[in-house]
Unconditional design. Structure first.
Length: 317
């Protein structure tokens, strides 16, 4: 009975927070995908402008209120954030299950991989549409956890550690291990990037040691407005990142690793041919993506459970 209850619990969470459990970027599309980054920016910019207009009407300029309004306009549908739904309908690539790396792979929830999310191209980054949901839905959850921790007297550093740890706990349970037997570093990167986006609505945020992203919204003459450099060409550019790509930022897998290794190896020749990559360059990229520009986002890759382009496409040195 407890097992059945857990299954229904996971399915319920999945329906609320994510359209799909997993995605497959190891399987490359037959031809380059159209870049839909500007279209996504425009969709999100509309939500931000709506939130600004409401805040100005009510003369409520608190940063938490603005973030809540933006989130409401982006995720008013309890089962699926609007940008994720849009992404699943725009130009994308999704291999049939029997042509994906998940063919024959076991998942705790039966047939989970039938619901893999497709891949889209956002500013040159190939990512699963589920990452758009993680960015706007889980990212806002991170924001709420962080702001509550600050309100309870934690330092900003401690509040971020608490927020990231809660995300790790979720990935180790109902967003990762329980439904699909995976611990997705790319999911956690998208969660953390979404958190940064909601902070960036009213605050300058840091990307690494020197790169700063100015606040999206500013106050002038007792009203809010978009900052001068924000437009449909630039809004999300700093946040859509290679860390969202499951092939470049690989996951840990509990089940069916032999099948997954075989599937990835079958795709190596095309990866090497198209991207002229070496084992050293792949390993350097994986290491680069293991932090969010130097910040911990919950990355963990135990070699016993890791399946990467580096481990599968090259013989051991």
């Amino acid at each position: 009975m407890r097992f059945l209850s857990s299954i229904f619990f996971i399915l319920g969470l999945a329906s609320v927070h994510a359209y799909a459990f997993e995605t497959d970027q190891f399987t490359l599309p037959p031809e380059p995908l159209k870049d839909v980054g500007t279209e996504l920016n425009q969709l999100v910019l509309t939500a931000v402008n709506q939130a600004i207009a409401e805040a100005n009407t009510k003369q409520d300029f608190s940063e938490t209120d603005l973030a809540d309004r933006v989130h409401h306009h982006l995720c008013s549908n309890i089962t699926l954030c609007e940008p994720e739904a849009w992404a699943a309908q725009t130009t994308n690539f999704k291999p049939a299950l029997w042509e994906s790396i998940h063919k024959g792979v076991f998942a705790p929830i039966p047939f989970a991989f039938l619901f893999d999310s497709p891949t889209i191209n956002v500013f040159g980054v190939y990512l699963g549409t589920d990452k758009i949901g993680h960015f706007f839905a889980q990212g806002y959850g991170y924001y709420e956890t962080f702001m509550k921790a600050i309100g309870n007297g934690l330092s900003e550093e401690a509040a971020i550690r608490k927020t990231v740890q809660e995300g790790i706990n979720e990935e180790r349970s109902y967003f990762g291990y329980w439904p699909a037997g995976t611990y997705s570093n790319a999911d956690l990167a998208a969660d953390y990037a979404g958190f940064k986006f909601y902070l960036n609505l009213t605050r300058t945020v840091r990307m690494g040691e020197v790169w700063m992203v100015p606040a999206i919204v500013e106050k002038e003459n007792n009203s809010l407005k978009l900052s001068g450099d924000v437009n449909a060409e630039t809004l999300l550019n700093a946040f859509m990142d290679e860390r969202f790509n499951e092939a470049l930022n690989p996951s840990m897998h509990i089940f069916s690793r032999a099948k997954l290794r075989k599937a990835v190896r079958a795709r190596c020749a095309r990866w090497i041919q198209e991207f002229q990559m070496s084992r050293e360059s792949v390993e350097a990229k994986i290491k680069e993506l293991s932090t969010w520009h130097g910040e911990d986002y919950g990355y963990h890759l135990d070699p016993s459970y890791a399946i990467t382009l580096a481990t599968e496409c090259y013989s051991n040195p």
